[in-house]
Write a protein that binds this ligand. Sequence first.
Ligand code: FMN
Length: 432
Amino acid sequence: MKRQMHLGLFLLGTGGHTSGWRMPGAVDSFEDFAAIQKIGATAERGCFDLIFMGDNLNVDLKGHPSYAMRFEPLTMLAALSTSTRHIGLGATVSTTYCDPFTVARMFSSLDHLSGGRAAWNAVTTSNPGAAANFGRHHPDHARRYEMAGEFVDVVKGLWDCWDDGAVMANRESGVYFDASKIRPLNHEGDFFKVQGPLNSSRTPQGRPVVLQAGGSEPGMELAARTADVVFSVVQDFDEARAAYASLKGRLPRFGRAAQDVTVLPGVMPVVGRTDREALDKLNALQGFISDGNALGVLSERFDYDFSSHDLDGPVPDLAVPDNYHAFTRVLLSKARRENMTLRDLYSLTAAARGHWVLCGSPETIADTLQHWFENGAADGFNIMPSHFHDAFEDFVDMVVPVLQERGLFRKSYEGTTLRENLGLARPAIHAA
Ligand SMILES: Cc1cc2nc3c(=O)[nH]c(=O)nc-3n(C[C@H](O)[C@H](O)[C@H](O)COP(=O)(O)O)c2cc1C
């Protein structure tokens, strides 16, 4: 069989576009569970591998408006697990502002509850605003990644405290556990001290899937060593191909093979029956952007206050800030390549919060995705609909069938767990 694409659905607020909620009939609240259930059903109709929920730990009223209030991801996904059967359920949880025992426990529970569909997006939390909610200083970029490395190791270690078959519950003999299959972790590191074992048995996936999305050097190293799936920020094919090669090229150093990590670049598809119709939809979306909102998103992405700059002047000479390596690098490089004004850059950033926007007919979109997939830039895509429900339904009902006809994407789920659908092996205990 031909190599198959993987598709994730990125769920952030009312959709990837900052102003998508203003489209007629669009979902306008991220606290609408009925809407989220409908999105889950659409994603399963489209045979998506995964729904993945972003998260932040503070409120930014200048950013994506609907993102200011949202469900806590694990709570929401636990509820969603009861109305979905196949799709993977990914939640973002911070390695800077949580503790490994709780994180290991939450994802182990979600994996059990969902029959093997849990995934953890391990983020270091870029936004310094979170610190004020935890009574701490925000560690710098390097330290956040040092903590993250140890954090992920502890979580995986806790998941490995129980072997398969540790729970016997033998009524005749009265033996409940095989104690030789349960062990403590006894971890003492630079940042964490955790005894273990976890109070949760080995999960259906062995270990929940680990996702990562950092684009900096330490981010790529952490992903190469520990992630099963990587979300990347892209704007350009050649750069995406270079980033893909860079990540896959690091894997052998960690005893891993190219197929052990699935790379999914983020993309906001705007689909019309024709290229013209798609462009009209994109223009309608862009027409809803307000200066204040767009500048807020831009300032957040660049950690820089643009308010004193002329919108129709050039993009100022900026360094890549400590916070958002992945986004700023690709956006600045595109702005310089295309000689953008600040207004061009803010329109692009407000559209998909710095992610790639791909606009066209189903065939145009499928052609581009196929080209990226077959030429070393992607193992699939992290789809970020501009809004719900129609923008996502357009992708599922118009683009997915083209990919399926071309033999690039499944027509039904192959496995029962997320790992099986991603084609990833169930980890052996003590595997890397
Ligand atoms: C697709 C994607 C989604 C992300 N989602 C979140 C998120 O929900 N919450 C968060 O705190 N960071 C999120 N991030 C940020 C990254 O995890 C990472 O912390 C950030 O890119 C800074 O790391 P870097 O300097 O290595 O790029 C996301 C990044 C990407 C590319």
